[in-house]
Ligand binder design. Structure first.
Ligand code: GLV
Length: 310
């Protein structure tokens, strides 16, 4: 029996992927929602946020694919263990994230935001700098994106170390793990980059207590999820000059409200959740390769551990 995939999302991407599947896996039936006659035939759902009752609507669903790297929007706690959830491991997302982290670290390293503020005041002032090798960058979250960002920063000459919930061994990088080692990890970060998955354990992980463990003058880059940071605590530590800069791409509530204090804050650089966008070409190929693995009864890449939530 043919495998049936239902895609729910922007039409342009759906048409692109439909063409790709027709070329490379013609035995698969691709449906762009709402073009589907029989919901019970659907084996795989490809979407960002599934409809509320998707488990009832598609009773024979076997795989739920996220079109993005994150899966926190899928309410993993309600997913039955027979249903595989798969994140998008798109080389285009990885490249975009690496570039964004490199750019943000360089901007902090070279005080771009301070110079932009001085430009606006017509102020000529040279700030002291340090070499990249002396700038210690800590990456929180050492999955696919965290590891790629770490390598990108090492290639620029920065000193990089990492922290993850579970122990990891990576070449050329000191790795810390678990709550017990969080403080000692943070104490060594001039710049901390949050690339963690959002789970009940990581929600609010950057708060008054943990942010205060960073050395005075340290900066924060958040490209994980807005809820990783307690906004009010971040603002306090920036206002007290314990922290120097924050580059924030993700927010607890998006879009960020027009009157949110982050927008006007001289030490904060806001971007509208653009660090890494799913690329139709490379993500389509990644999805295709995963569906091929499924057909071959091989393990797909990016399968979520439902107990861990990521
Ligand atoms: C974006 O935030 C993603 O999860 O891909």
């Amino acid at each position: 029996m043919a495998l049936n995939i239902l895609y729910r999302g922007p039409a342009e991407r759906g048409q692109h992927w439909q063409t790709l599947f027709a070329q490379h896996l013609p035995q698969v039936k691709w449906h762009n929602w709402p073009e589907v006659d029989d919901n019970s035939a659907i084996d795989m759902l490809v979407c960002w946020i599934p409809p509320r009752d998707y488990q009832q609507d598609y009773p024979n669903l076997k795989v739920l694919f996220s079109v993005g790297a994150g899966v926190d929007q899928l309410n993993i706690a309600t997913v039955p263990k027979e249903l595989q959830v798969v994140r998008m491991l798109d080389p285009g997302i990885q490249q975009g994230m690496t570039e964004f982290v490199q750019m943000s670290v360089l901007n902090i390293h070279r005080d771009t935001l301070a110079y932009v503020n001085m430009n606006q005041r017509g102020q000529w002032q040279q700030l002291p700098g340090v070499s990249t090798a002396k700038r210690q960058i800590g990456i929180m979250g050492l999955g696919n994106l965290g590891q790629a960002a770490a390598l990108g920063l090492q290639n620029l000459g920065f000193s990089v170390h990492g922290w993850s919930k579970r122990p990891k061994v990576l070449p050329d990088m000191q790795c810390f793990h678990g709550n017990d080692q969080l403080k000692v990890f943070l104490q060594q970060c001039d710049i901390v980059v949050c690339l963690l998955p959002l789970t009940d354990e990581t929600r609010g992980i950057l708060n008054q207590h943990t942010l205060a463990c960073l050395p005075k003058g340290a900066s924060v880059i958040n490209v994980g999820r807005g809820e990783h940071i307690v906004e009010h605590d971040l603002l306090n530590l920036l206002n007290q000059q314990h922290l120097r800069y924050a580059v924030l791409d993700v927010f607890a509530k998006e879009p960020l409200q027009a009157d949110h204090p982050f927008w006007q804050h001289p030490q904060i650089w806001v971007t509208p959740h653009i660090a890494a966008i799913t690329q139709n070409d490379s993500a389509g190929l990644a999805l295709l390769a995963n569906v091929q693995r499924y057909i071959n009864k091989d393990t797909m890449v990016g399968v979520v551990d439902l107990n861990a939530g990521y």
